[in-house]
Design a protein around this ligand. Structure first.
Ligand SMILES: O=C(O)CCC(=O)C(=O)O
Length: 303
């Protein structure tokens, strides 16, 4: 009897162990299924986030002169290092005239070598017509019809919120009467009707390669002596031209840090009528409006 009880207990213990381990196996299995599901869900989440960021980058940030929504130090941190051949052979920034599209394409358009072209705005009426008051009038007329908030605006040190506020300064400040604060701001002219009006007064620069396309959105920068853009590098993918329609501006061009030992820095003055061509995505750049007339520039990217 005792022997039979002992055997029964043994069988029960064994059964308990097996069913427990089966339960554990099952639990493990289930658990494993759950963690796989979690892993898949996490992967989908990260993938969607990456897709969203990629899409955001392409639709919103590309083409921005200054991606203010991404912190500047963050965008500098993730800037891929340059191979320095774009600047190692640049010994000066030439001032050229009569520059054929073929020569521009071969030597400057995509090489990263900056150049100033001095005879490309001769027939442009913009050099005579564009002024703070001209812009104010154009935007006041357009404001009544349509107000676009997506045009980018760079206030620099002025604190203005948008182009409408910037074009609403009292006359004394515009003319920088003694005691008034200097000003400088820039904006992307994404207002179709105004862009069309402005474009009656300037052309695509004659030296751009025939097959290159001028980007649809022009940038305008305007301001008084002593002001300008702080040192920065752009993230707009394409090189650009910028025409000095009034006043003059000194540009400081600095190679990226990884090229300091192979490349020089340059200081150039761009005078009224000149067009500077620069890959602002490769050269750090800073501008200083020179004493004299209010500086007005217009520019665009080209591919
Ligand atoms: O013209 C300026 O003062 C600034 C231009 C600039 O920073 C740019 O084109 O990225």
């Amino acid at each position: 009897m005792e022997k039979a009880r002992h055997r029964l207990n043994k069988i029960l213990r064994q059964h308990k162990r097996t069913s427990l381990s089966a339960t554990i196996q099952e639990m493990r299995h289930r658990n494993c299924g759950t963690s796989s599901l979690i892993k898949v869900a996490k992967s989908i989440w990260w993938f969607s986030l990456a897709l969203y960021l990629l899409n955001y980058y392409h639709t919103e940030l590309q083409g921005q002169r200054c991606a203010l929504s991404v912190s500047r130090s963050l965008s500098y941190l993730f800037r891929p290092p340059e191979r320095c051949d774009f600047c190692s052979n640049v010994k000066s920034v030439p001032h050229l005239r009569d520059l054929s599209p073929a020569k521009f394409e071969a030597d400057y358009a995509y090489s990263g070598a900056p150049v100033i072209v001095s005879d490309a705005t001769q027939n442009w009426t913009a050099t005579k017509i564009f002024s703070y008051w001209y812009f104010q009038n154009a935007y006041r007329k357009a404001k009544r019809k349509q107000r676009l908030s997506r045009c980018q605006f760079l206030p620099y040190k002025t604190g203005f919120q948008d182009i409408y506020e910037a074009l609403d300064m009292p006359q004394d400040r515009v003319e920088l009467v003694e005691g008034e604060a200097p000003w400088y701001f820039g904006w992307s002219n994404c207002h179709a009707e105004i862009a069309e009006e402005f474009r009656k007064h300037y052309d695509r620069p004659y030296f751009l390669p025939n097959n290159s396309e001028n980007k649809a959105i022009d940038w305008i920068f305007i301001g008084t002596s002593g002001m300008g853009a702080q040192m920065h590098i752009d993230n707009v993918r394409l090189p650009s031209w910028q025409a000095q329609l009034a006043g003059s501006k000194r540009w400081l061009l600095v190679p990226p840090p990884e090229c300091y030992f192979q490349c020089r820095r340059f200081e150039v003055t761009v005078r009224q009528g000149d067009i500077i061509n620069l890959d602002t995505n490769r050269w750090y750049h800073q501008t200083f409006v020179q004493p004299g007339a209010v500086s007005i520039t217009i520019g665009a990217e080209y591919d």
